[in-house]
Structures are given as C-alpha cells and as structure tokens.
Design a protein around this ligand. Structure first.
Ligand SMILES: Nc1ncnc2c1ncn2[C@@H]1O[C@H](COP(=O)(O)OP(=O)(O)OP(=O)(O)O)[C@@H](O)[C@H]1O
Length: 261
C-alpha cells in the first residue's frame, strides 16, 4: 500500500511560471507517456521552458521516448542536476536504474524518490512542468497528486473507454485533490489509410468526447493511430521532433496552443 504523506512538496530549486500539468489515465497502455513526451516537445518548440517528471513507476517510458541518454548528476549530496534533451529537463525513475531491471517498487521508496524529484532537483526557471503519473485512478496516482504543488489534471483516454466509469473516478480524484481539469486527450482515435485517406475507428468512437462532457471539461484533441509514432518513440525521437508536419504532430501543437496563454 502506498504511504500517504500529508504535506505538499514545493520546488525548492526552481520555479514554474505557467502550469504544473499531471497527465493521468483510467488505465495503462492508452498512450499517456507518448502524449506527455510529445506535448513536452511541442511546448518546447513553441519557446517555453519545459520539465518532465516521469512518475510512471511501471513504465519509465519517458526517457526512452525522448531519447534521454544522460543520467542525472549530483551537484552535491542534496542537489541533483536533471539531464536535458533538446532543452527539456527530464527526471525519471528510469534515470536512476536500468530499464530492463524488474523492480518491485514499494510505496515508501516511490514516495521518497518523488519527493527528491520535486525538492532536490535543480529545475531552474520553467514555464511548464509535466508529470507522467502512474496509470489508473487508484491510490498511487492519487497520493502522488496530493503531494504535487497546485497541479492540473490532463486525462488521456482511448475511444472505447467505459467513459462513465472512468469519469466518475477521475472527477472524484480531482474533487478530492481540489485540482482543476485541463481537459481530455483522446488517443488512438482512428487509423487513417495512407492510400485513400479513409478513417477507420478501430477502437470505437466518442469515448473522449463523452468523458470530457461527463467531466465538464474540453476535448483537447483526437489523435490518430500512426505507425510512425510507435517507431519513432522506440528510437528515442518523438514524432513531433522527427516529423513536425505530420497530422498528429500538428495536433500536439494545437494542444500546446490551447493550454498556453
Ligand atoms: N497514437 C499512437 N499511434 C501509434 N502508437 C501509439 C500511439 N500512442 C501510443 N502508441 C504506442 O502504444 C504503446 C503504449 O503507449 P504509452 O507507453 O505511451 O502508454 P501509457 O499509457 O503511458 O502506458 P503505461 O502507463 O502503461 O506505461 C507504445 O508502444 C506507444 O508507442
């Protein structure tokens, strides 16, 4: 069981001018990390200073998608310098261990590491700090969120979700945490044939819109399923970096524009 800590952690070695954004999902595998990484790149391309905390203790996918090769450095015993890739500062559980190593994370260890990420990392001046939360709406993401400085929730979903069920849990989470909802991103919305342009709604249709309506928030984007997204992520180059003109990359820029001043 994850151990709850009452106090909110504050960034001690940095500031965030605009927003803390916690990216959540009703379940795993919906593309939460893909969305977080590409949104970070889109915001950075728009000229904002961006940091990412990968708190998805099961996946550690952020460093892999963004192509982070450096490890965090210790400036002193209690000060960590985050690695940067294309100007984006990234701290991940994956930066502290081998990706392949199976690790049983116990709550207190996660809590301690997360606290370090917030308090002991020299983030410097940022405009946006994104948190890739563990999947689901259970205790672990909830308790992590409780420790975050005033963050807003962005929810990633696929079209076939039992929207009503997820929305109930997310709404409860936002309510308990007293945090704002930034909007819903529907991922894997459709596959578009590269030859004829026809859209196939492989995972059904409308889950994102329904979830957004239930939560009384906006649908920020409907992102297509694109082979290049998976391929480029596997190679450590997010789609927004390798192919900024692609339809899906443009949609990431649209999300960035919707959440920036
Ligand atoms: N729009 C997309 N088109 C094609 N592949 C995608 C898309 N979005 C995500 N994927 C692929 O789906 C897989 C799962 O994505 P990702 O790791 O981002 O999910 P997640 O929700 O963060 O999962 P978890 O929280 O369980 O770690 C990855 O292989 C990723 O490359």
């Amino acid at each position: 069981m994850y151990e709850k800590e009452e106090d909110k952690y504050q960034l001690e070695l940095g500031t965030v001018n605009e927003r803390f954004i916690a990216v959540a999902s009703g379940k795993g595998g919906v593309g939460k990390s893909t969305v977080t990484a590409n949104l970070a790149v889109a915001l950075s391309e728009r000229g904002y200073k961006v940091g990412v905390i990968d708190a998805d203790i099961r996946g550690f996918s952020i460093p892999r998608i963004l192509g982070v090769e450096e490890r965090p450095k210790a400036e002193s015993e209690n000060i960590i310098i985050p690695p940067q890739v294309n100007g984006i500062k990234v701290m991940s559980m994956g930066g502290l261990m081998e990706e392949e190593k199976p690790i049983i994370w116990r709550g207190p260890l996660l809590s301690k590491t997360f606290k370090q990420f917030v308090k002991e990392v020299r983030w410097g001046e940022l405009d946006y700090l994104l948190f890739d939360l563990p999947p689901g709406t259970g205790d672990m993401p909830l308790n992590l969120m409780q420790q975050l400085p005033d963050s807003e929730l962005m929810v990633v979903t696929t079209p076939q979700v039992a929207a009503t069920k997820v929305s109930g849990r997310v709404a409860k989470m936002a309510d308990e945490l007293d945090c704002g909802l930034l909007g819903v991103v529907e991922n894997m919305s459709y596959y578009q044939c590269s030859e004829c342009g026809a859209k196939e709604y492989i995972f059904g249709q409308g889950g994102g819109a329904e979830l957004a309506a239930n939560l009384d928030t906006g649908l920020l984007a409907e992102l297509p399923l694109v082979t290049e997204v998976r391929e480029s992520s596997d190679q450590g180059e997010p789609i927004v970096t390798v192919n900024p003109e692609a339809d899906i990359s443009q949609k990431f820029f649209t999300i960035a524009d919707k959440i920036t001043p």
